[in-house]
Design a protein around this ligand. Structure first.
Ligand SMILES: CC(C)(COP(=O)(O)OP(=O)(O)OC[C@H]1O[C@@H](n2cnc3c(N)ncnc32)[C@H](O)[C@@H]1OP(=O)(O)O)[C@@H](O)C(=O)NCCC(=O)NCCS
Length: 176
């Protein structure tokens, strides 16, 4: 086991890393119940419209996060996954914090969904400041819901005007 504090988060690099991430995902809940097999996982991870970041230790992928940075819910954490042997050591929290930094640099909302049968992940998100927005019943598979959650640092209009002021005057320090 390598030291978890030495784990680095960076952009995914190449097909073999995508395949390693797809293996982790396809072998794990909630995706087993959601019937996301290796092929479906690989399709998401290699989708050019997604941003994928990996947590790497000892040149091995310990976890990853997939972001959607365009469309109706800009700033959507589509998937976060940590290698089963490495869970409970803070890697997932670090991946989510990394995703939040990326997302909150362009929009004031971070969205994600958690399956109704995944209470441990839901607790983690709530602890990290996510609130339940709504329930998408029978959304991916019959009999289970996806719970939409959001973490927000303010309304869109305020964020847009702050960004405009920052662009106009980069030295300006804006208190929130
Ligand atoms: C959810 C997940 C990404 C969290 O990553 P992690 O590195 O285990 O998380 P951290 O060590 O930062 O935080 C631990 C917390 O994660 C939560 N958690 C969720 N699923 C967990 C799991 N299978 N094993 C350990 N912790 C889990 C627990 O609430 C735990 O909090 P606790 O210590 O108070 O019990 C990771 O456990 C995982 O990949 N789970 C399977 C896939 C999944 O559920 N992804 C989320 C889909 S919405």
């Amino acid at each position: 086991m390598d030291d978890v504090t030495l784990i680095q988060i960076r952009s995914i690099d190449g097909q073999s890393e995508a395949e390693a991430c797809a293996c982790l995902m396809a072998a794990s809940e909630p995706w087993i119940t959601l019937r996301r097999d290796y092929r479906a996982a690989l399709k998401i991870i290699t989708d050019a419209s997604r941003e994928v970041y990996v947590a790497v230790g000892a040149e091995m992928i310990r976890g990853f996060v997939v972001l959607v940075m365009q469309g109706a819910f800009t700033g959507y954490i589509q998937s976060v996954c940590v290698d089963a042997e490495w869970r409970g050591q803070g890697i997932g929290s670090r991946l989510i914090q990394f995703a939040e930094q990326r997302i909150l640099s362009v929009t004031p909302n971070v969205f994600l969904c958690v399956s109704s049968f995944n209470p441990a992940a839901r607790r983690l998100y709530q602890r990290m400041g996510y609130e339940v927005i709504g329930e998408l019943k029978d959304y991916i598979v019959q009999g289970y819901s996806e719970i939409l959650m959001r973490k927000s640092i303010g309304p869109l209009t305020e964020f847009a005007s702050q960004t405009q002021r920052m662009i106009a005057n980069p030295d300006l320090h804006i208190e929130k």
